[in-house]
Design a protein around this ligand. Structure first.
Ligand code: CUA
Length: 155
């Protein structure tokens, strides 16, 4: 079977594009380390409260305008809840779940992550604008899912 020259050119172009995209995303993920950082560290979900740093959940100031929040997600609450920080703060969240898969989402920001039992999820967010930010669970986790919420107050 003879293939038309135009057909060959388009075939080469389309395979070249696919290969190009694969090389590009592969380079970003593995060489530049831009792959999703989640689920790199594991934890025994049965012993969350005995495992560092989750044996002491809460908010710690670690620098000027920089905070670390160690947070446990469980049916149907965030611990700690009602976080207060000054405007302009960068917050490093370290989170895990004690039971089922939860999500954390703060509408109006880029903070949106899945938090699964057995894994430690880390995400960093800077809060520039003062206000009351709602924190929601965005993974269906049971009958109390719609009540799983808290706030971050930026002053
Ligand atoms: Cu936790 Cu939905």
């Amino acid at each position: 079977m003879k293939m038309h020259l135009d057909e060959k050119i388009w075939l080469i172009l389309s395979f070249g594009m696919i290969l190009g995209f694969m090389l590009f995303t592969g380079y970003q993920t593995f060489v530049l380390g831009m792959g999703p950082p989640s689920s790199m560290e594991t934890i025994d979900p049965q012993n969350v409260e005995e495992t560092e740093p989750f044996n002491n959940p809460g908010i710690t100031q670690i620098g000027e305008n920089e905070y670390e929040v160690v947070m446990i997600l469980e049916l149907f609450m965030f611990t700690p809840g009602d976080i207060e920080i000054p405007a302009g703060s960068t917050v490093h969240f370290t989170m895990t779940s004690k039971d089922v898969t939860h999500g954390i989402q703060v509408p109006g920001t880029n903070l949106n992550a899945m938090v699964t039992p057995g894994h430690i999820q880390k995400i960093t967010q800077t809060f520039h604008e003062p206000g009351e930010y709602i924190v929601l669970c965005n993974e269906y986790c049971g009958i109390g899912h719609q009540h799983m919420a808290t706030t971050i107050t930026v002053k």
